[in-house]
Design a protein around this ligand. Structure first.
Ligand code: GLY
Length: 558
């Protein structure tokens, strides 16, 4: 890490190592796509608020970042209004009516390999359009079609593929060829190159219908007929009733304090807020004041707090509309003290002795996308959306131009059976009709000690999302980094099972690794973890927008 130097320019007291990608006093947007970030800034400059911009960015991502931006998936949004009120919108997919606990098991009770990921049965009822509709209804100031217009233009006129876009499309060619509708759109060329114009006519028409007919069009109009046709073609089970019954839900955020900062994050159906509260509450029982960054004294307690939080995730967390989750206990300081009381740096407890479950393989995937928006009034929005795996289940809705998700895999399809991310679960997250599958998405907004808006955080990365967001927060709060350094610094991750510390290549010094090895930890190297597109706001209201340097993300401010 570059050693932070304190500068006091612009009356800031924020540590600089590298300068943030974008600095502005009015508004800022950070997202996975330069086109989408530009759409967001344009909306802000035209007088739209952060929620207007967030909706427009979300629709733009469905065009320019189709591996995770979506109409056929879901996500979560945390909104903080300028007067400090915070609420969340849960637009997670739900299981269709015909879903049942054992739907991914064969007659012997064994998991049918790939069924919850790579088939039409992998899709939950999409929530994204309803989520944006709910956000617009409550907070929007610009017209609905004004927010969708830029996405329509990007789809119908096309946009130039970046290196990453072309690489993603080429790399997933065989995946698209499994579905004739997907192949039509995403394999039009044998091989895509940087600068190719990528036009999506069917998607443009779908966006136009939604812009005219409102969010309801997706659930009850022509688009819903198209989804129905796709289900008939592929043998899927989502019905017109499932679509018509879908509702985005406004929920109170998970709120907790960490060293004088107030965090607001997602409640279930995401595990993000609860797990992050558990991790940071445990860490608050110790001090990092005289601890070196990424030393063993920093990494080890962090890993142990993560391990305990993820063990609880597997046991207790699921959709609160179906199961009772002990939220106030899990997020309380007293529970954190108790939970961390058996931590002894010289005698670590392996995961197999800390909770139920068995060792499993862990697969990383980053195919979710996070973006952050702040406007000149101080409204802030933190949004994470996903299809789950890269390009979801790979099935494009007939004539509608958008991919369906494979979010059903986030359910515990069999107790103890690991999902795509190696996460295990139990009854609390079992499949049931209309239930939301447990997520790790952690869109978060943090107020500073003076109740000023301080941070807008989030990341993709499946199970690593929670630990990524927690580490960025600690990097800023405990280690005094600015948001760019906090985002770019190497990351690590422990999720209870498998009992392994994942870390980014070259992330730790030999000394740190040696000491942690000596204390009994197993390590597994990852090329990268997450893509956190975040914003920091100084007490005087300057916005520092950071695009994660791991990917071709884009931060803009003005
Ligand atoms: N699909 C990844 C998550 O929601 O955690």
């Amino acid at each position: 890490m570059i050693k932070p130097i304190l500068v006091h320019a612009m009356a800031l007291s924020i540590a600089f190592g590298s300068f943030p990608d974008a600095i502005g006093k009015n508004g800022a947007v950070s997202s996975s796509s330069s086109h989408a970030s530009q759409v967001g800034i344009d909306i802000l400059k035209s007088g739209g608020n952060a929620i207007d911009a967030a909706i427009a960015v979300g629709f733009a991502l469905s065009v320019t970042f189709p591996n995770a931006g979506n109409l056929g998936g879901g996500g979560f949004m945390v909104v903080r209004t300028a007067d400090g009120d915070v609420s969340t919108i849960d637009f997670r997919e739900v299981a269709p009516k015909s879903a049942h606990r054992d739907m991914y098991l064969d007659e012997n009770g064994d998991v049918v390999s790939g069924m919850s990921l790579y088939t039409t049965h992998a899709a939950g009822v999409p929530g994204t359009v309803a989520g944006f509709g709910a956000a617009h209804e409550k907070y929007g100031t610009k017209s609905w079609n004004y927010m969708i217009r830029p996405a329509i233009k990007l789809a119908s006129n096309g946009f130039k593929l970046s290196y990453r876009d072309a690489m993603y499309l080429n790399g997933s060619r065989s995946y698209f060829l499994r579905d004739k509708e997907a192949a039509k759109i995403f394999t039009e060329k044998d091989s895509y190159s940087v600068g190719d114009l990528f036009i999506q006519r069917d998607l443009a028409r779908t966006l136009r219908r939604i812009s005219i007919g409102g969010a309801e069009e997706f659930y009850t109009g022509i688009t819903s007929d198209m989804i129905q046709r796709c289900m008939t073609r592929t043998g899927g089970v989502i019905t017109k009733d499932d679509l018509a019954n879908y509702k985005a839900v406004e929920r109170d955020p998970i709120e907790f304090d960490y060293r004088g900062y107030t965090f607001y994050s997602m409640p279930p159906a995401s595990s993000g807020g609860i797990c992050m509260a558990e991790i940071l509450n445990q860490l608050e029982t110790i001090s990092f004041d005289s601890v070196g960054y990424h030393s063993a004294e920093h990494i080890q307690p962090f890993v142990e707090a993560e391990r305990r939080a993820y063990a609880d995730r597997a046991e207790y967390l699921g959709d609160t509309d179906f199961v009772s989750v002990p939220i106030s206990t899990l997020t309380s300081d007293s529970y954190a003290i108790e939970r961390f009381s058996d931590y002894n740096p010289n005698a670590i407890i392996p995961s197999s002795q800390m909770g139920p479950g068995e060792l499993v393989n862990f697969y990383e995937s980053d195919e979710t996308t996070h973006y952050s928006v702040v406007d000149k009034w101080g409204n802030a929005v933190s949004v994470t959306v996903t299809l789950n795996g890269k390009y979801g289940n790979g099935i494009v809705v007939d004539g509608a131009g958008f991919l369906l998700n494979n979010e059903m895999d986030d359910f515990s399809i069999k107790p103890g059976h690991p999902n795509k991310y190696g996460l295990v679960g139990k009854e609390a997250n079992a499949v049931a009709p209309f239930k939301r599958m447990l997520s790790s998405m952690t869109p978060t907004i943090v107020d500073g000690p003076d109740d000023n808006l301080a941070l807008v955080l989030g990341s993709p990365g499946g199970s690593t999302i929670i630990t990524t967001v927690a580490q960025i927060a600690v990097n800023v709060i405990d280690f005094g980094m600015n948001i760019q350094d906090a985002v770019d610094s190497p990351r690590f991750h422990h999720q209870w099972l498998p009992d392994v510390v994942f870390y980014e290549s070259n992330g730790f010094s030999e000394e740190t690794l040696g000491r942690l090895h000596g204390n009994g930890y197993q390590f597994s190297e990852k090329s990268s973890i997450g893509e956190a597109n975040c914003i920091q706001i100084t007490p005087s209201g300057i916005k520092f927008a950071a695009a994660d340097s791991r990917r071709a993300a884009s931060a803009l401010a003005y």
